[in-house]
Design a protein around this ligand. Structure first.
Ligand code: NAD
Length: 480
């Protein structure tokens, strides 16, 4: 069986206590590997290695850091097929999606920050009180914690800016999906990253993750995951006065006005609802549609859900794979049962798909599901499901659309389909969300600020926001 070991100080090592966790291929429903089940001693060793490596890495010329990181981007591209296969096996996502999105984006994260860090500049303030400039220095060891839905994509979104700005890293990927993080360590060594600059510790959130959050020598914590865990991290990191970035859950509205290109809205809604089996924090989960085009839209969405080719994630032709795990499958199924109990009508899906290939009969598949008739304030409409389950409802007028869009405590992403530029501007100003996509979904320019409002998070990643997050500003003032 494959073993995913920790990577500490440039060496692959087992957890100090020798404990391991089973790693399951969700599409087959069976274990295929083990991962280190790390505890405080492993985190201690990783933080020590990262602390030792920090002074030299921080002092390395930025062009050299950039060169090594760029090399890592190239190596990820060279190994695209291996990484995509590993990601597909680990998560149940279609391999075509991993090839097209997850792995190229991981390379792009490194390439972008390798370039961005070469183009930073210092602020200069003169004329009012002395002559001031701002130095920005790396903060030390960064603790990075990521979820299972886009494993390499989200882990590298944190690792790249942390390393580019001269921090060293201890990262804890999700225990559900350790494979590509393990492969990344091999590539980091091949790229020539000095030992201790990047350390990966596998294991459970409440052991390895909590030890990292609480470690006194890790002043920076960047977390992507659920709102509940984010709250726990905020509390514990807060009392230790750490700098924290929290990218959390969402319950994203997808608003369609009758003046839009409704066919384009339907095609985009199918992607926004069901890509990666709906397990993307940016997925649209509440379809809010102007009444005059509601029936047409819902019919199109149902047809789109039925047209998806559900099957073995390793088959090139598959559009829609399995959910990530048995507990997550149970959570999604339970949410749909709850929706029915609350008066929701399942228009399509609502259970396991038929006709799965032999290899996938024990896998954790759940069909694309559309539900109508839920009250906007019911529990199912207020809580994130994070699966291929969306609700549909009609609205009359812009005011009601906005009220419904903003009717949850979350505020991550939103989508707006309209042909009216003034309306796009008006509504996007009033939607509570970190991102408003107008007539599109999931278009990402890595220079833009990324993050959520309300219960969807604290802080922003991406572009300059990330470069600032991972550095400490220092004002130097020269007197007259
Ligand atoms: P999760 O919160 O259960 O786990 C995320 C990570 O945190 C894992 O590595 C886990 O081991 C770790 N963890 C758990 N408890 C911890 C603790 N006490 N201390 C430190 N680390 C701990 O989330 P998940 O189920 O892996 O991922 C799904 C969630 O992630 C969804 O809510 C989704 O919306 C969210 N998400 C958000 C974004 C975003 O950018 N806002 C992106 C992707 C996923």
């Amino acid at each position: 069986m494959i073993r995913f070991r920790n990577y500490i100080g440039g060496k692959f090592v087992d957890a100090a206590e020798g404990r391991t966790l089973e790693v399951v291929e969700p599409a087959a429903g069976s274990a295929y590997a083990t991962a280190a089940d790390s505890g405080p001693a492993d985190v201690e060793a990783a933080v020590k290695a990262a602390s030792l490596a920090f002074p030299a890495w921080a002092a390395t010329h930025v062009q050299e850091r950039s060169r090594l990181i760029e090399r890592l981007a190239n190596l990820i591209e060279d190994r695209l097929e291996d990484l995509a296969r590993a990601e597909s096996i680990d998560t149940g996502k279609p391999i075509s999606l991993a090839r097209r999105v997850d792995i190229p984006r991981a390379a792009a994260n490194f390439r972008y920050f390798a370039g961005a860090v070469l183009h930073t500049r210092s602020d200069l303030h003169e004329g009012q009180a002395g002559f001031n400039w701002t130095l920005r220095r790396p903060r030390g060891v960064a603790g990075l914690i990521s979820p299972w839905n886009l494993p390499l994509y989200l882990l590298t979104w944190k690792i790249a800016p942390a390393l580019a700005t001269g921090n060293t890293v201890v990262a804890k990927p999700s225990e559900v999906t350790p494979a590509t993080a393990a492969l990344l360590c091999e590539l980091a060594a091949e790229a020539g990253l000095p030992p201790g600059v990047l350390n990966i510790v596998h294991g459970l959130g409440d052991r390895a993750g909590a030890a990292l959050v609480n470690h006194p020598d890790v002043p920076t914590i960047s977390f992507t995951g659920s709102t509940g865990v984010g709250r726990w991290i905020a509390e514990h990191a807060g009392t230790r006065l750490k700098r924290v970035s929290l990218e959390l859950g969402g319950k994203n509205p997808f608003v369609v006005f009758a003046d839009s290109d409704v066919d384009a809205a339907i095609a985009t809604a199918c992607r926004a609802a069901f890509t990666n089996q709906g397990q993307i924090c940016l997925c649209g989960s509440r379809m809010i549609v102007e009444r005059s085009v509601y029936d047409r839209f819902v019919e199109g969405l149902i047809d789109g859900a039925k047209a998806l080719k559900i099957g073995d994630p390793l088959d090139d032709a598959t559009d829609f794979g399995s959910l990530v795990s048995r507990p997550h499958h149970a959570k999604v199924a339970q949410a749909v049962e709850q929706a029915k109990a609350l008066g929701g009508e399942v228009l399509v899906g609502g259970g396991p798909p038929a006709d799965l290939p032999e290899r996938c009969r024990e896998g954790w598949f759940y069909a694309p599901t559309v539900i109508a008739g839920l009250a906007p304030d019911c529990a199912v409409e207020q809580e994130e499901i994070f699966g291929p389950v969306v609700s549909v409802r009609a609205f009359d007028g812009e005011e009601e659309a906005l009220r419904l869009a903003n009717a949850t405590p979350y505020g991550l992403a939103s989508v707006l389909f309209t042909g009216d530029l003034n309306r796009a501007r008006r509504v996007s100003e009033q939607i509570r969300a970190g991102i408003v996509w107008v007539n599109c979904w999931m278009l990402r320019d890595l220079r833009t600020p990324f993050g959520g409002a309300g219960q969807s998070g604290v802080g922003r990643e991406g572009g300059e926001e990330a470069l600032k997050f991972f550095t400490e500003p220092k004002n130097v003032c020269i007197g007259p």
